[in-house]
Design a protein around this ligand. Structure first.
Ligand SMILES: *Cc1c(COP(=O)(O)O)cnc(C)c1O
Length: 365
């Protein structure tokens, strides 16, 4: 059987070589003769794996020594509350950009702990663009932090590198970003962000691990008494080993990080550009399909599109599966289609999808 092309949004596609090595480690982890599933997180080889993963993240994102890197559990969703819990005093205000479902969820959690100010929202138009007007008179002096979601996985919008650079140039205060679905997909100034979080299962590994990068200065801020598990300082001080980490998820993330490192982030970015261009070009050339997001804010990770005639939707999904293309249904709140083309998706997979789009169109004209 030909391996299906996997366009799921998360958990999502991993490189074939990573899957192979992960499978090997289930029987024999780094030559120990023990399984990665049964080895102590305090054992030397796993401590070394955790160290290597943290070091590789620092290298790949070009972080300086002011940053700490660690792995948590609870997904990006736990970070929605951990960020304000640690950084937003009850009388302080945090600024948020409401650019998608996950951004919206992050805002709801922050509102439990302090004040929130929405600098811009595209909720009323199904999040089909990233609001930018606010950038002109951005006053960050009074914000505990400003939070953005660099790629909006469900609606398929993304801060382009140009827009991110503009934001970085104008912003002065503490910057926080949810990069769950586009971290390690391109070269940007990661170092400028004071806190970055990302669930592993989109572009880094399997579900169960969450990457957090934090500026050391933020660890000094104490806005409320905190249980140890919810306090960033705990996890930094214990180097991601305060309690049992998600051993397997961290290890598979390490395998992916090694794969990214071997290819080079610049090469990965170029490939991602070509993949996205190939797919959007086909959608734009079609008379029956259309993209759902404004051109300049289109995601290079999650390509959202639909059929102008909605009644053909199920038919296209069936046709896609017959052509070995899986995971293309849009999120249940959006409908239509979503092709997630993370780092591990080869160009060939995108070309295969383009062919199916064209064939479907020819059959239905
Ligand atoms: C998937 C996703 C989340 C939620 O991640 P969980 O690990 O399920 O909590 C948050 N933000 C973004 C951008 C995502 O893509």
């Amino acid at each position: 059987m030909n391996k299906p092309y996997n366009f799921f949004s998360g958990p999502a596609i991993l490189p074939e070589s990573v899957l192979q090595k992960a499978a090997d480690a289930i029987h024999n982890f780094e030559g120990t003769g023990l399984s990665i599933l049964e080895i102590s997180h305090r054992s030397k080889p796993f401590v070394a794996a955790m160290e290597e993963a943290r070091t590789l993240v620092k290298q790949l994102l070009k972080l300086d020594d002011s940053k700490e890197v660690f792995f948590l559990q609870g997904g990006a969703s736990l970070q929605f509350c951990m960020v304000p819990y640690n950084l937003l005093g009850a009388n302080e205000t945090a600024a948020y950009l409401d650019t998608g479902h996950w951004a919206h969820e992050a805002i709801k959690e922050a509102a439990r702990f302090g004040n929130t100010k929405i600098l811009g929202s595209s909720a009323d138009v199904n999040y089909n663009y990233i609001p930018k007007k606010w950038l002109q008179d951005f006053d960050d002096a009074n914000f505990a932090y400003t939070h953005i979601t660099t790629n909006n996985t469900i609606y398929g919008n993304q801060w382009s590198s140009t827009l991110l650079n503009d934001f970085i140039a104008k912003a002065k205060g503490v910057l926080v970003a949810d990069m769950s679905s586009d971290i390690f997909s391109r070269e940007i100034d990661y170092n400028r962000f004071d806190l970055i979080y990302a669930g592993a299962q989109k572009n880094m590994g399997p579900a169960g691990a969450t990457l957090v990068v934090i500026h050391k200065d933020l660890l000094k801020k104490k806005v409320r008494d905190s249980p140890a598990m919810l306090d960033y300082s705990t996890h930094v001080a214990k180097e991601s080993m305060h309690n049992t980490p998600s051993v397997f998820a961290v290890y598979v993330s390490l395998l992916t990080l090694r794969w990214i490192d071997a290819k080079g982030l610049d090469a990965i970015e170029k490939e991602n550009d070509i993949k996205a261009q190939t797919l959007y070009r086909a959608i734009d050339a079609s008379t029956i399909f259309e993209g759902t997001v404004q051109h300049e804010d289109r995601s290079k990770m999650n390509v959202c599109f639909r059929l102008k005639d909605k009644s053909q939707e199920a038919q296209f999904l069936k046709f896609a599966e017959e052509n070995n293309l899986f995971g293309l249904a849009g999120h249940r709140s959006v409908g239509g289609f979503r092709a997630s083309i993370y780092n591990a998706m080869p160009l060939e997979g995108v070309q295969h999808l383009v062919k199916a789009i064209q064939e479907f169109e020819n059959k239905n004209l």
